[in-house]
Design a protein around this ligand. Structure first.
Ligand SMILES: Nc1ncnc2c1ncn2[C@@H]1O[C@H](COP(=O)(O)OP(=O)(O)OP(=O)(O)O)[C@@H](O)[C@H]1O
Length: 244
C-alpha cells in the first residue's frame, strides 16, 4: 500500500532525509515517530506530492508519486498543521465544496457528511461558520475535509496537536475505527503515548534517518527498554544511562 525506496531530501547542503526505505500495508495504522526536526513532515509532504524528493521513489496505493501525482492525490487524504478554513463558510459548506472538487454529487456529499458527522461528532460545526470555531471544532472539520472522498490512505501529521482531551479522544477513536483491510493510516507525531495507543507498527526517525521499523513489542524487545520513550533513547543514544 505504501512503498518508499531510498528517499533522500536535501535543502541546499542540509540533508533532511537520508535514504528512507520502508513499506506499510493496508489494514495498518502506521506510526512515524520522532522529535522536532526528525524529517517526518518532509517525508509526508513528499508522499502527499507537495514536495519532490531529491532522490529515491515511492508509491501509494500503487501510484508512483512522481510519475502519477494526480492519482496519488485522489488516493490520499492529508491533515497537517498548516491548513486553514475559509472563515465565512460553515463546516457543511466547506465539506460540500471539497466533495464537488472530487466529483461527488450533492446527494453523495450529504450522505458522506452524515457518516462523518456520526464518526467525528461534527455536530454544530456543520452549521457554524469556521471563523467562530474553537481549535477542536476546526480540526474535526479539517479531518472530515481530508477524508470526504473516502481515500484509502490517510496521512495525519501532528493531527492531535493543540486539541483538548475530548477532541483528541474523538480523533484517536476515529483512527481506530478507520483501520480496515485495504486502508492505511500514516500517523505522524512526536507524542509516544499516541503511537502506543493507535499504531500497529512504528517507524522511529531521528535527524533524517530511520532507526527502527517494527511493532512496539518488537522494538521494546530489541532494545530491552521498558517503554517506547526509553526504546527511543536506546536507539538514539545507546550509551546513555536513561536508555533502559
Ligand atoms: N524548506 C526548508 N528549507 C530548509 N530546511 C528545511 C526546510 N523544511 C524543513 N527543513 C529542515 O529539515 C529538517 C526536518 O524538518 P521536518 O519539518 O521534516 O521535521 P519534523 O520531524 O516534521 O519536525 P517537526 O515536528 O518540528 O515539524 C529540519 O531540520 C528543518 O529545519
Amino acid at each position: 500500500m505504501l512503498d518508499i525506496q531510498n528517499i533522500t531530501k536535501t535543502y541546499g547542503s542540509y540533508r533532511a532525509l537520508s535514504g528512507i526505505t520502508l513499506q506499510a500495508n493496508g489494514g495498518e495504522v502506521f506510526g512515524l515517530l520522532g522529535p522536532n526536526g526528525a524529517g517526518k513532515t518532509t517525508l509526508l509532504r513528499i508522499l502527499a506530492t507537495l514536495l519532490r524528493p531529491s532522490s529515491g521513489s515511492a508509491s501509494l496505493d500503487g501510484h508512483d508519486i512522481t510519475r502519477d501525482p494526480e492519482a496519488v492525490r485522489r488516493s490520499v487524504g492529508v491533515v497537517n498543521g498548516g491548513m486553514g478554513l475559509p472563515a465565512r463558510l460553515t463546516g457543511r459548506e466547506v465539506l460540500r465544496s471539497f466533495a464537488t472538487l472530487y466529483g461527488m454529487t450533492r446527494a453523495q456529499a450529504d450522505a458522506r457528511i452524515a457518516e462523518l458527522d456520526n464518526r467525528l461528532e461534527l455536530g454544530r460545526t456543520l452549521d457554524v461558520r469556521a471563523g467562530e470555531y474553537s481549535t477542536g471544532m476546526k480540526q474535526k472539520v479539517v479531518i472530515a475535509r481530508a477524508v470526504i472522498h473516502d481515500p484509502p490512505v490517510l496521512i495525519l501529521d501532528e493531527a492531535a496537536s493543540g486539541l483538548d482531551i475530548f477532541a483528541r479522544r474523538t480523533l484517536l477513536d476515529f483512527v481506530h475505527a478507520t483501520r480496515a483491510p485495504g486502508r492505511l493510516t500514516v500517523y505522524s507525531t512526536h507524542v509516544m503515548s499516541e503511537v502506543e495507543e493507535v499504531c500497529d507498527r512504528v517507524a522511529i526517525m531521528h535527524e533524517g534517518k530511520l532507526l527502527n521499523v517494527s511493532s512496539i513489542p518488537e522494538v521494546l524487545d530489541r532494545t530491552g527498554a521498558a517503554s517506547l520513550e526509553r526504546a527511543f533513547f536506546a536507539l538514539v543514544r545507546p550509551e546513555a544511562p536513561h536508555a533502559r
